[in-house]
Write a protein that binds this ligand. Structure first.
Ligand code: UDP
Ligand code: MG
Length: 189
């Protein structure tokens, strides 16, 4: 009876989605982060893991994440020995992520996790990189808006591949894209 339905749905997608989350002194935000992000992931019909990278927090962020790991499957923690900066934290996360697709998401909820299903859909349709663009920078100071704006303008002027203006770090990368980035990083080292 259900044969035709199975045929139309095709085999289930058993690929793994990784979230990489750099964390530096986000103890206050973490409970809100779990409240917002876990329901979004639960609604996505794919296996998932969250790789937190504690970038030398001094406010108990790592302890909080460890406790959450005991209660929630699919959470992992990479703990750096000191503060290395966001970029290094994200790279460490990419190195540890096992997903077929990896999404980088800040812990401070500056970007809406509710966009994750749409990013995954783009990837399922064949995209290797999905960049999310901020429509407004509400809640940020005028200085930050200005400096972020300037940063992306400068970046566009100096880099050959155009990165859309006001793209944060909120992005999805296919396994192929992640491996390429890690290889490039290695060569730079
Ligand atoms: N972060 C980090 N190491 C740092 C600074 C920041 O891992 O040295 C994390 C931080 O916890 C957050 C993300 O990187 O999840 C973005 O940091 P922030 O909000 O300070 O940067 P911005 O919003 O200006 O990009
Ligand atoms: Mg931020």
């Amino acid at each position: 009876m259900n044969k035709s339905l199975d045929f139309h749905l095709g085999p289930p997608d058993d690929r793994l989605i990784s979230l990489v989350v750099p964390v530096y002194n986000e103890r206050v935000m973490l409970p809100l982060f779990f409240d917002r992000v876990l329901p979004v992931l639960a609604a996505v019909n794919l296996r998932h893991e969250i790789v937190f990278v504690d970038d030398g927090s001094e406010d108990g962020s790592a302890v909080y994440i460890r406790n959450e790991i005991k209660r929630t499957p699919g959470l992992r923690l990479v703990k750096l020995s000191r503060n290395f900066g966001k970029e290094a934290a994200v790279t460490a996360g990419l190195e540890h992520a096992r997903g077929d697709a990896v999404i980088v998401l800040d812990a401070d909820l500056q970007d809406p996790p509710e966009q994750i299903p749409a990013m995954i859909e783009s990837w399922q349709s064949g995209a290797d990189v999905v960049l999310m663009q901020r429509r407004s920078r509400a809640g940020e100071t005028a200085f930050k808006r200005w400096s972020a704006h300037l940063f992306y303008r400068l970046l566009n002027r100096t880099s050959r591949t155009d990165i859309p203006v006001d793209t944060g770090d909120f992005r999805l990368m296919s396994r192929k894209a992640v491996d390429a980035i890690l290889t490039l990083n290695e060569r730079n080292r």
